[in-house]
Design a binder for this molecule. Structure first.
Ligand SMILES: CCCCCCCC(=O)SCCNC(=O)CCNC(=O)[C@H](O)C(C)(C)COP(=O)(O)OP(=O)(O)OC[C@H]1O[C@@H](n2cnc3c(N)ncnc32)[C@H](O)[C@@H]1OP(=O)(O)O
Length: 178
């Protein structure tokens, strides 16, 4: 279903359907919204975004990263921004890159069984355009750990071109902190 939803969003973003198809699609979506409302559950019970075994952790609105290497202190992977993540002129939206980086930072921060942490800052430099619909490389590693603070470095590259880099602070949550 998630793969279908991802493909659907991509088609919506890249398509210009006929008027009658737009009307029919809206009606179909409304019907499904009603059905899904009846299946609503609490956050702790939901499946969406909670399947690390699936591409994109089982959520359709996250750029689908495929990790090629994971150890306790670093990760590498590939990602393709599809049409849904277009900013303009064939280039990925900067917010999509921020979304990608925050998610990867979350993954990196919790490697090696480290305790739960949240993003304190995510400082991004956009160095070159990140084209959509081509495979890009992502990498992340620990710069240092200081008490509750984990300082991480992330990179997004197209071939030899560095598209974006970020320094991220992840802060270990205190007992009882949400
Ligand atoms: C597996 C997939 C998981 C996906 C996870 C995705 C990650 C996310 O998106 S999390 C959502 C976005 N982030 C948030 O909502 C966080 C909101 N902020 C907070 O909750 C808090 O500010 C929090 C937890 C980051 C830090 O607060 P708190 O626990 O009170 O820490 P606090 O005692 O103030 O600071 C601890 C240290 O971090 C430093 N610090 C905290 N925030 C910052 C910051 N923005 N800039 C610089 N330093 C900071 C403090 O200076 C302090 O340093 P030191 O120990 O040297 O004095």
């Amino acid at each position: 279903m998630i793969a279908s939803l991802r493909a659907f969003l991509n088609r919506i973003a890249g398509g210009r359907p006929e008027e009658h198809d737009i009307t029919a699609l809206g009606a179909d979506l409304d019907r499904w919204s009603t059905t899904l409302a009846e299946a609503a559950v609490e956050e702790t019970e939901q499946v969406y975004g909670r399947r690390p075994d699936l591409l994109g952790r089982g959520q359709a609105t996250w750029p689908a990263v495929r990790f090629t290497h994971l150890d306790d202190n670093s990760l590498e992977g590939v990602v393709t921004f599809d049409r849904y993540f277009l900013g303009r002129h064939g280039v990925a939206h900067g917010g999509a890159i921020a979304f990608l980086f925050d998610e990867i930072a979350g993954r990196l921060a919790h490697l090696g069984g480290r305790p739960m942490a949240r993003t304190g800052y995510l400082r991004i430099d956009f160095r070159a355009i990140a084209p959509i619909e081509v495979e890009l490389r992502i990498s992340g590693r620990y710069l240092r750990e200081e008490g509750r603070k984990r300082i991480l470095r992330l990179e997004l590259a197209h071939g030899d071109t560095l598209c974006a880099e970020a320094e991220v602070l992840m802060v270990t949550l205190k007992p009882g902190q949400r």
